[in-house]
Design a protein. Structure first.
Length: 152
């Protein structure tokens, strides 16, 4: 979901996350799995870890294949602090300048969804990795500098 007027987008997905990192422990809550709570499954609604991405610069990278080979599409966005908002999923609210046009460029480049998200700015490392592997690399302009929160 993109809030065009604020250049904020929401992203999230149930997936592998490190819930044990003490640095981000405050971002993990125990929640009921509401997706299946009303189903007939034996353990429907079992508790699980509910994660909100920590504040700071994050690198998003999509790896894909097209007729010309493999490619990486990547950008950096600022994960904003805030409460847990999307029940049942690891999620965050991210600031990305010109978010709507950035996602148009991402789609035009052949990437759709399922981005890897990591702390910090890894664009230089991803560019180097793409070059030595013979992959194409597209960096979408975003938020590349560290925030004040990361520096403290």
């Amino acid at each position: 979901y993109i809030k065009k007027d604020e250049d904020i987008f929401y992203a999230g997905h149930a997936g592998i996350n490190d819930y044990t990192d003490e640095k981000w422990a405050k971002n993990v809550l125990i929640s009921e799995d509401t997706r299946f709570a009303q189903s007939g499954y034996k353990f429907a609604g079992a508790p699980f870890a509910w994660y909100r991405f920590s504040a700071g610069i994050k690198t998003f990278a999509h790896f894909s294949q097209n007729a010309d080979g493999f490619g990486i599409t990547a950008f950096c966005a600022e994960s904003l602090p805030g409460p847990h908002e999307i029940p049942g999923y690891a999620h965050g609210a991210f600031f990305l300048p010109n978010a709507a046009s950035a996602f148009r460029t991402i789609l035009d480049n052949g990437a759709t969804q399922h981005f890897m998200i990591s702390d910090g700015n890894l664009l230089a490392a991803l560019s180097f990795f793409a070059r030595i592997c013979g992959f194409s690399f597209t960096a979408i302009p975003g938020v590349e500098k560290q925030t004040q929160q990361e520096l403290s």
